[in-house]
Write a protein that binds this ligand. Structure first.
Ligand SMILES: [Zn+2]
Length: 176
């Protein structure tokens, strides 16, 4: 039996895999989020050919997941227990791989109109699909901003090199 303790989990990797699963199964987003919480809470116990997941609603009750089947009363084959087992197995597979250096991802900049002044705001994607954290002068400026809002405000995509070449976008945009 392999049992991941909470303290040993790479929560960033788990969150990333959860995001990927939601992208692949958008209709099951709620079940996948529940599965994420279950894995974080140590509710999943794996062995080679089966797994047991403790019920979130009835602690002390364990459902057996083997292949495509789960012993829980849910009528859907895509229950949170199966997602929890799939998530932990994928996590263990990815964690055991040598981790390549993360690719330098192009940063995205947006012009944000604020009164008479224009601010150059850097947006980075959050774990929640479609949501962005905004940075202004490298400090967090706002969380949880929907992507379509940014598009409305006018997206300017620039690489870091481009940014360096451009210098201070605020000064440039506002003539300061
Ligand atoms: Zn189930």
């Amino acid at each position: 039996m392999i049992h991941e303790s909470i303290s040993s989990l790479n929560t960033n990797l788990l969150a990333e895999l959860t995001g990927r699963a939601i992208e692949a199964y958008p209709a099951s987003a709620a079940s996948i989020r529940k599965a994420h919480t279950m894995v974080l809470g140590g509710a999943v116990t794996l062995s080679a050919h089966e797994a047991f997941v403790e019920s979130a609603t009835t602690p002390g009750t364990y459902y057996r997941v083997a292949g495509q089947a789960c012993s829980c009363p849910a009528t859907t084959p895509l229950c949170c227990h199966r997602f929890a087992v799939a998530l932990l197995r994928r996590y263990q597979a990815e964690e055991s791989l040598p981790q390549p250096a993360p690719p330098a991802r192009p940063k995205r900049y947006y012009a944000w109109l604020l009164g008479a002044n224009e601010l150059a705001v850097q947006a980075e994607a959050e774990a929640t699909p479609g949501r962005y954290t905004l940075y202004y002068r490298d400090a967090v400026w706002a969380y949880n901003i929907p992507g379509d809002m940014l598009t409305l405000l006018g997206e300017v995509e620039l690489s870091d090199l481009q940014r360096q070449a451009d210098g201070d976008l605020v000064a440039k945009a506002c003539g300061r």
